[in-house]
Write a protein of this length. Structure first.
Length: 82
């Protein structure tokens, strides 16, 4: 089963819990709180609810919800099991 995984460096925390920034259709940052099915010091597996969203994985500067960004879409790396 394919999963979406990111570095823990791009997962943030506030009073409501863990979140990532997603980029909406207007290229505006939105907070998306989530519960990871698995995480450790090297990887965070994102839940299926984030599978079709654009997740920010290389922020620069100060991030705040509502900021406009110019995203560069990176294709997911896929690996097939043996």
């Amino acid at each position: 089963m394919p999963v979406i995984a990111i570095s823990p460096d791009w997962v943030f925390q506030d009073q409501e819990g863990e979140f990532v920034y997603t980029v909406d259709k207007n290229n505006t940052l939105q907070k998306e709180h989530f519960l990871s099915p698995f995480s450790n010091t090297h990887i965070v597996i994102l839940p299926d609810t984030l599978a079709k969203k654009r997740v920010l994985v290389q922020p620069a500067g100060n991030l705040v919800e509502g900021s406009r960004v110019e995203p560069i879409v990176v294709q997911a790396k896929t690996e097939k099991g043996v």
